[in-house]
Design a protein around this ligand. Structure first.
Ligand SMILES: CC1=C(/C=C/C(C)=C/C=C/C(C)=C/C=O)C(C)(C)CCC1
Length: 295
């Protein structure tokens, strides 16, 4: 599994480099790469929430689970319509938390875990959005008028890195060098890339793929016959729904507006997904703690 993850990361870095550092207009290829990665790992990593729910609650998901899932998405859709700026703020906050959580796997749950999630997730999101801030502003223009968006406070990035180092120093006795070193080199790399390539590289290969492999391994522990097909039904449903909405909207909207619409749609499924993943990570931590007590 680790070799799949590492070779995919190397492939992603090579593709991102070739698409961004070679002169020329590659916007079409940026979006093509974005669509492929979202289709293969981005959406699928959240497409087995019903299985994760069964693992964490010990009961088969009933109709009420799916209703709760849809209700969270629906309420969030209403807040996007009536309070778009507030919804964006919430989306960024929960994304920071969710992204940061993936970098804490294997570390103990303590009081500093939540600040760590927010700071590390905030670090990567700041890098992605500020590295190509002009493009970020264009995507956000329908909900934030351009002069409403202040310049990005770039000093925040080294501060977030420093606070991460401090938290790691307080919490873990294991070597934290690799995690911090990765934040520095990957941060510099992502910062140079166009917005869509930077987001695709991080989200696809440093968030979705490791999480997908972690979930897949967990599912196969209890059901060794399970294969990649467990991810297909709900991925297909989400991609089909999102595809239809984007297809219908594309006659009225520009590429940047469609990009924002895509992220709004992703946020609707992300909100309940983040809630399920929180429970899943808690269960994995508990299992690890029990295992280490047994040894
Ligand atoms: C890249 C980008 C954005 C942020 C996207 C985020 C935050 C995505 C999070 C996805 C999650 C958490 C998926 C769940 O697994 C904005 C600001 C909307 C618009 C500019 C481009």
């Amino acid at each position: 599994m680790k070799s799949i993850e590492n070779s995919s990361k190397i492939l992603a870095l090579i593709l991102a480099t070739s698409m961004s550092f070679i002169p020329g207009d590659f916007e079409f290829y940026h979006y093509l790469w974005f669509a492929i990665v979202m289709g293969l790992v981005g959406i699928p990593h959240g497409a087995v929430d019903h299985i994760l729910f069964q693992k964490t609650s010990g009961t088969k998901p009933q109709l009420s689970f799916f209703l709760k899932y849809l209700t969270i998405g629906l309420i969030y859709l209403l807040t996007w319509i009536f309070l778009p700026q507030f919804s964006l703020f919430i989306f960024l906050l929960i994304s920071m938390y969710h992204f940061g959580q993936g970098h804490w796997i294997g570390k103990p749950k303590n009081n500093l875990a939540t600040p760590f999630y927010l700071i590390v997730g905030g670090f990567y999101l700041s890098i992605i959005l500020s590295g190509d801030f002009a493009a970020t502003k264009v995507v956000l223009a329908p909900i934030l008028t351009l002069n409403e968006i202040p310049d990005f406070p770039l000093w925040l990035i080294p501060v977030l890195l420093w606070v991460t180092a401090w938290i790691l120093d307080q919490t873990c006795n294991k070597s934290n060098g690799p995690l911090l070193f990765e934040m520095i080199w990957l941060g510099i790399f992502l910062y140079q890339l166009p917005l869509i390539v930077s987001f695709t590289t991080y989200f696809g290969f440093w968030h979705s793929l490791p999480n997908l492999l972690n979930i897949y391994k967990d599912i196969r522990k209890e059901n060794p016959k399970a294969d990649y097909s467990v991810f297909i039904p709900f991925s297909f449903l989400s991609l089909f729904g999102i595809g239809i909405i984007l297809l219908v909207s594309h006659t009225w909207f520009t590429t940047a507006q469609l990009t924002l619409l895509f992220f709004v749609l992703v946020s609707l499924i992300s909100a309940p997904h983040i809630w399920i993943m929180e429970k899943f990570f808690q269960r994995q931590k508990m299992q690890r703690a029990i295992k280490s007590q047994e040894v």
